[in-house]
Design a protein. Structure first.
Length: 59
C-alpha cells in the first residue's frame, strides 16, 4: 500500500507526510518521477484514442 500512497503523493491526490524529511535530491527525484508518471499516463490515453476510438471515425 505504500507504493499506491507514493503515487498518490506524486499526483497530488494524497497529502505527503509532514514528518518525513525531504532533501533537495529527494525533491528532484520526486519531480522527475512525477513527470515520467504523467508522461506515461498521457501516452496511454493517446494509445487508447488511436487504437480504440480513431478506427470508428475512419468510415
Amino acid at each position: 500500500m505504500k507504493f499506491l500512497r507514493q503515487i498518490g503523493e506524486y499526483l497530488f491526490i494524497v497529502k505527503r507526510d509532514p514528518n518525513q524529511e525531504r532533501s533537495g535530491m529527494m525533491k528532484a527525484m520526486h519531480g522527475m518521477n512525477r513527470i515520467s508518471l504523467l508522461m506515461f499516463l498521457v501516452a496511454l490515453l493517446v494509445m487508447l484514442f488511436k487504437f480504440l476510438l480513431l478506427p470508428y471515425f475512419k468510415h
